[in-house]
Ligand binder design. Structure first.
Ligand code: SF4
Length: 889
């Protein structure tokens, strides 16, 4: 591919479901820069910290560049032949359900379409499921129960038009930062806008909330059934909407009335006063949007939570209107595109239903498919159980890392290890999943591939290549189509470009569609390569050329649901009390994300900027629980469930609800000794959607009795680290590692040499009685590495130590300063990084506050912090507030 250095390429961010537009530019020297696309209607030029750092994540370090079979480099034709022949033979011997694809919301729509077509129309099985099952399957199921279709009714603009936004189980400030910024900006213009946060944790999103309801884990069903009852009791219903456009209201209201306010208070852990204030605010605010995300979806009652929320919006007629509606936001960049192509085991292409014989017949006709799947396939959790018990004998994993992200992850890893034939298509040569593949297929990455993605508001945008494909990497759609050809289906997989696949996908959406199906982008069925290349973001059902903000971009304000009678269905819901803790596992662990990392860190872990915000796995614990379990701040702790254990750093904070813990899901065996959080979670699923309850697992916590702690920086990434606890993170000059040891009888010089290489030029300080050891190794004037060991958490400024890797150390004075473990007086410690864009630390912000800065804007003027992507503004405000409280005491 030719690179046009003068041109900025319009593409889309590959992280979350906000789907921000990005302008990427390759300079003459090959340097890539990115900025937000001011014309993209999802972000209007904004990017969060992750989007802003995309250019730091596109190097070729660790890339899988050639096909491999059993670790041996092979030619593409040999690899493809092995995949096709083994799948064909397995199907011939054991039937189509003996094979499976496990795909990903990171695939582009065109990749997804081809994989789904091969499995459902040509292999004849529906054993294709996706990591989106872990993300938003309960929203899909809730939509289909209520609306008869998987339709998101609203648009992002509704978040700016609403008078009340209820955020349920959503840390928007960190997980969908640009949406958070859009809301924050709208609120600045209209301070009367109210925001309610429903979350067991006081997350950074609470920064803009007027009310934080610290709900008990899984208390959401009770909260919203209680709200429906309240709306009924307080004459706050839209009777006309209910009568004209819905069915089942009386049964839903009756079910809700089983719980009185005291019952709701008990089930939610909220006071009757808090409930009353929230219910009253909701009842009297016409323009209300309820936004929900993984805290709702990742639950064994996720579908009921979704329908409990939708019930309240249907009952008030607040749906599909400017500033009003239920709104599910997806975690992944293309979860919605996957839904559109039907890339889940219980769906069919183009929002058709696999259980519906007429839909199956229609898709069969369109594809001219020889062996159409006749029934739903195995959903993710059941799929890996089938891999484990031998029913699935050939598995192809594309663009995802189930050894880390599936619940009961150790069992999933054991199943993959035992599977007779595993193919993994990935961009990296080494992930916790790739290590078990018999065949490894190098896929193109963001920046190298072309296709489309759909964001949470149904907006389809192009991802465009601006870099050449490295080595022998190929797009996922090409790999699947080649395997299909070798399996004998070449005629139906003869697409030469993603544009041709998109045109077929668009044509299928319109095929025999008389308006009975919501998803119809048939206007693009005749798209050619040139038009596809120039395709601007569009939001279905808007047809090409319609105004981007026309009311027709919303659904259901006037009914017209996709049920047989055209009416929405109220779902009667009864909260079920679920107590999963016991004496052995007395705490509930809530899992989630951090601001600057994403999924299993295969991309964000490459960025020094993103890795400096939070550099190791941690658990948040309430001070009372910490005291009860004998845990201090910064201790290493072991968290265990009946399935596994992790070792993480303790963070004692009153943000955390008592009785619950919070830990992020990002760390893998590539970045930490024992940080794979989903080794703890159970394969318990929602009975309707099959989505696992990743947010809620009973655990115990205990202090890990470390005899010694350590911290090290080094230029080269360390090989396996011989410490009981370690966590490695990229920093500007190299790598940093946090360490803890079960034993302190260690040859520290030998340990340091193993960590950053033996050097004749080493400086060491040992105080064996105090358990203090500091060792620095030099390579000419550069620091090769430095190790600091202490009997407790090491009190060395991480930022300062990492900076030493980039500086020269010619004189003894500078070298001794490293071994002393401190900056000179002229270099005060910046503290933990808050603003990743400008590398501004907490200590610098606190100092600026002490010097008179009292607003986020004034901190921005003084330090620049918070003035680029804005993802850290909530944290800056928290520091200002903490100083204000401190000063008042
Ligand atoms: S909010 Fe951030 S991560 Fe999400 S799409 Fe936008 S820039 Fe990417």
């Amino acid at each position: 591919m030719e690179i046009d250095a003068a041109r900025e390429v319009r593409t889309t961010c590959p992280y979350c479901g906000v789907g921000c537009g990005v302008l990427a530019k390759v300079a003459a020297d090959g340097q890539v820069s990115v900025r937000g696309d001011p014309d993209h209607p999802a972000n209007f030029g904004r990017l969060c910290s992750k989007g802003s750092a995309l250019a730091e994540t596109i190097d070729l370090d660790g890339r899988l560049l050639h096909p491999e079979i059993d670790g041996r480099r092979v030619r593409w034709d040999e690899a493809l032949d092995r995949v096709a022949s083994t799948f064909s033979q397995t199907i011939a011997e054991h039937g189509p359900d003996s094979v499976a694809f496990y795909v990903s919301g990171q695939l582009l729509t065109e990749d997804y379409y081809v994989a789904n077509k091969l499995m459902k129309g040509f292999v004849g099985s529906a054993n294709i499921d996706t990591n989106s099952r872990l993300c938003m399957a309960s929203s899909v199921a809730g939509h289909r129960r209520a609306f008869g279709s998987d339709t998101v009714p609203g648009t992002y603009e509704d978040l700016e038009l609403a008078d009340l936004i209820v955020l349920v189980g959503s840390n928007l400030a960190w997980c969908h930062p640009v949406l958070y910024q859009r809301i924050a900006a709208a609120r600045e213009k209209r301070p009367e806008m109210k925001i309610v946060l429903v979350d067991p944790r006081r997350t950074m999103t609470a920064d803009i909330a007027d009310m934080h309801l610290a709900i008990a884990p899984d208390g959401d069903v009770a909260l919203f059934t209680g709200l429906l009852a309240y709306l009924g009791q307080h004459n706050a219903l839209d009777r006309a909407y209910i009568t004209e456009h819905t069915t089942g209201f009386d049964r839903a209201l009756f079910a809700a009335s089983n719980l009185d306010l005291a019952g709701v208070a008990e089930a939610t852990g909220l006071s009757e006063d808090e409930l009353g204030r929230f219910y009253s605010l909701f009842a009297r605010t016409e323009k209300t949007v309820t936004v929900y995300s993984q805290g709702v979806n990742q639950s064994s009652s996720g579908t009921d939570k979704v329908n409990a929320i939708i019930n309240c919006h249907l009952a008030t007629g607040r749906i599909g209107k400017p500033g009003a509606g239920p709104f599910s936001v997806t975690g992944q960049p293309n979860a919605m595109g996957g839904r559109e192509v039907g890339g889940m085991a219980n769906m069919l292409a183009a929002h058709m239903e696999i259980e519906n014989p007429a839909h199956r017949a229609r898709v069969r006709r369109f594809w001219n498919a020889p062996s159409m799947a006749e029934q739903p396939g195995l959903k993710a959790v059941d799929m890996f159980k089938a891999v484990g018990d031998g029913r699935i004998k050939a598995l192809w994993i594309m663009a995802t890392n189930p050894v880390d992200s599936m619940p009961d992850a150790d069992a999933v890893e054991a199943a993959i290890k035992a599977c007779p034939f595993v193919v993994v298509s990935d961009v990296l040569a080494s992930t916790d999943t790739v290590r078990h593949a018999h065949v490894r297929l190098p896929a193109t990455a963001w920046g190298e591939k072309d296709g489309t993605v759909t964001n949470s508001e149904r907006r389809i945008s192009r991802q465009r290549a601006f870099l050449p494909a490295p080595g022998e990497a190929r797009p996922d759609w090409w790999i699947v189509a080649e395997v299909a050809r070798l399996m004998g289906f070449g005629e139906w997989f003869a697409h030469a470009t993603p544009a041709e696949i998109f045109a077929e996908h668009a044509a299928l959406s319109a095929y025999e569609n008389d308006g009975a199906r919501d998803f119809d982008i048939g206007a693009y069925a005749g798209i050619d390569a040139e038009e596809y290349d120039a395709l601007a973001p569009f939001q279905w059902p808007e047809k090409d050329g319609q105004a981007a903000r026309s009311p027709s971009t919303r659904f259901f304000a006037n009914g017209n649901f996709y049920t047989p009678d055209g009416r929405a269905r109220f779902i009667p819901i009864r909260p079920v009390a679920e107590t999963r803790t016991d004496e052995k596992f007395p705490l509930i662990l809530n899992t989630g994300r951090v601001r600057d990392h994403w999924h299993t860190m295969t991309r964000t872990g490459k960025s020094p900027r993103l890795s400096q915000h939070i550099a190791e796995p941690f658990v948040e614990i309430h001070p009372a629980d910490a005291q009860h379990f004998g845990i201090g701040d910064a201790d290493i702790v072991r968290i265990s469930s009946p399935r596994g254990e992790v070792l993480v750093r303790a963070l004692v904070t009153s943000r955390q609800r008592q009785g619950s813990l919070f830990a992020p899901m990002h760390w893998t065996d590539q970045f930490a000794a024992k940080g794979r959080l989903d080794a703890l979670t159970a394969s318990l699923t929602d009975p309707v959607s099959g989505q696992p309850a990743l947010k809620h697992v009973a655990v115990r916590i205990e202090k890990f009795a470390a005899k010694a702690f350590g911290f090290a920086v080094m230029r080269q990434r360390p090989a396996p680290v011989a410490a009981t606890y370690w966590a490695v993170a990229k920093c500007r000059g190299g790598w940093r590692v946090e360490l803890a040891f079960a034993d302190d009888d260690i040859d520290w010089a030998g340990f340091a040499a193993a960590l950053f290489g033996a050097s004749p030029d080493m400086l060491a300080y040992h105080d064996r009685d105090a358990g203090q050891h500091r060792i620095a190794a030099f390579d000419g004037e550069r620091l090769a590495g430095a190790l600091f060991v202490a009997p407790g958490p090491v009190a060395v400024s991480r930022g300062w130590a990492a900076e030493q890797l980039e500086e020269t150390h010619a004189g003894q004075r500078e070298r001794f300063r490293i071994v002393a473990g401190r900056a000179g007086a002229e270099r005060p410690d910046a503290g933990a990084t808050v603003c990743s864009c400008f590398s501004v630390g907490a200590n610098q912000i606190a100092a600026a506050v002490a010097a008179g800065c009292t607003t986020v804007a004034s901190i921005g003027e003084t330090l620049k912090a918070g003035t680029n992507c804005g993802s850290c503004r909530a944290e800056i405000r928290a520091i200002i507030e903490a100083r204000r409280v401190q000063a008042a005491e």
